[in-house]
Write a protein of this length. Structure first.
Length: 441
């Protein structure tokens, strides 16, 4: 008999089916046993005798042949997509026996400390609430792609191994590459800018690597960066228009495709005004001073508490949980940031803040070959370190700009997760590569 996916069973009342999946839960009622069977498509109740059930337990892989029966109206479970039907088992085969579980996986909330959650990742990823995180993340990434393809962008894959560190080397992983020293890429920025000269509009979904010597709730050593870059800008504000379009499209798709996943977390998508507000860094710092009395007006960036405060202001003032902050100090940004001609000490660089934390960075880039060389020299870079990048601009690249969104941060703050590691399938940080490092005595 050909296998039937669980989600298809409501269409097969009165028919014999073969289901294959995992035992989600077992409930014994004397001579009758109820199994909730799980496959990739959903969950269904299976009714069998105690003799048929034997020693079957949670996470065993079982094959069930049986009859699809409509549940009596009083026994319909509206919380399950298959809640109108159940399977009357006729034959049950245990294909694989699972080991005894270290904790109860059948509860709606998987109440585990983060280290335990991650130490048992292969198991905890099976919990419906954990799986929901990555369904939402999949839709975020797919929607990013769809939005840009609709505007004629081409996807590319940037290299993870680079020969130099033009964006600063303090937080970079050094590796041995044959007989040479190389680095893991912090960003595909130089490659996507270079490719504007060949394809005009490009994007990538890339792993990026940051050797940040800290363990916080908002940073990962390896993260998923959603990068876009395009040419023929009329203004740096073209970058904001594109990013707002992409973010709104992502929200629309998550709302449409993930209502059940959002409901599991009692999550709501960020509220947006008609247009995401835009303010300059110095304006944001003045607002913070007036609201809190903290004087951060001479700081070069926004601290985490500043980001939270300015997001709170945006929500109160504009009814938006997202806000763009622009015009950071050019000397505190990479060499390719385009200075504002009216105020050259500050560049056309923009961060998108959402729900109290930075979601993305971007802006307009330098595109004139001589200006790029001059900026690189001022930043102390060797031309040999950016030779391929310079080669593209030597032969003509139009005004360009772009942005990079963090997939894990978006997921975290849409669902209200407490730690960004929950939004990474296999998180890497100072304490872990899959499993925690053993502590030296």
């Amino acid at each position: 008999m050909e296998r039937t996916l669980i989600s298809k069973t409501p269409e097969k009342v009165g028919q014999q089916v073969l289901l294959k999946g995992w035992v989600n839960t077992r409930r014994d009622h004397g001579k009758i046993v109820f199994l909730d069977l799980r496959d990739r498509s959903g969950l269904i109740q299976v009714v069998l005798t105690a003799d048929q059930a034997g020693k079957i337990h949670t996470e065993d892989v079982v094959y069930v042949e049986g009859l699809v029966k409509a549940r009596p109206p009083k026994l319909v479970n509206p919380k399950m997509e298959t809640g109108t039907v159940e399977i009357e088992a006729e034959k049950v085969e245990v294909a694989v026996t699972a080991a005894e579980l270290p904790f109860d996986m059948g509860q709606p909330e998987l109440e585990l400390e983060l280290p335990t959650l991650l130490d048992n990742r292969a198991l905890t990823l099976r919990h419906p609430k954990v799986r929901a995180i990555f369904k939402v993340q999949e839709v975020i990434i797919d929607s990013f792609r769809e939005a840009l393809k609709a505007r004629d962008f081409m996807e590319f894959q940037a290299p993870s191994i680079i020969s130099s560190v033009p964006e600063g080397g303090a937080e970079v992983f050094r590796i041995k590459y044959y007989d040479h020293e190389a680095y893991l890429s912090q960003s595909p920025q130089l490659y996507k800018s270079l490719l504007v000269g060949a394809f005009e509009r490009v994007f990538s979904v890339n792993q990026i690597f940051r050797a940040e010597p800290s363990v916080t709730t908002r940073h990962l050593a390896v993260a998923t960066s959603l990068d876009a870059e395009f040419g023929f800008l009329d203004s740096w504000k073209d970058v904001l228009e594109l990013q707002e379009y992409v973010v709104r499209y992502i929200f629309t798709q998550v709302a449409e495709k993930c209502p059940a996943e959002l409901a599991l977390f009692n999550a709501t998508l960020p509220r947006l005004s008609d247009s995401i507000p835009v303010i300059k860094l110095r304006e944001a710092q003045q607002i913070i001073f007036e609201r809190t009395g903290r004087d951060v007006r001479h700081e070069k960036d926004l601290a985490p508490e500043d980001e939270r405060e300015i997001c709170l202001w945006a929500q109160e003032k504009h009814g938006s949980e997202l806000i763009f902050v622009s015009h950071f100090l050019t000397k505190k940004k990479p060499f390719y940031v385009y200075p504002d001609p009216q105020d050259p000490g500050y560049g056309f660089s923009v961060d998108l803040l959402g729900r109290g934390v930075e979601w993305s960075s971007g802006g307009q880039r330098l595109h004139d070959y001589s200006e790029i060389r001059k900026a690189a020299e001022e930043w102390g870079l060797k031309e040999s370190d950016i030779e391929l990048y310079l080669q593209s601009f030597r032969y003509g690249v139009p005004p360009l700009g772009g942005f990079a969104l963090g997939a894990e941060r978006m997921t975290m703050h849409i669902l209200g997760l407490k730690n960004i590691r929950e939004a990474s399938l296999f998180p890497r940080d100072m304490e872990r590569i899959d499993t925690r490092f053993s502590r030296k005595s």
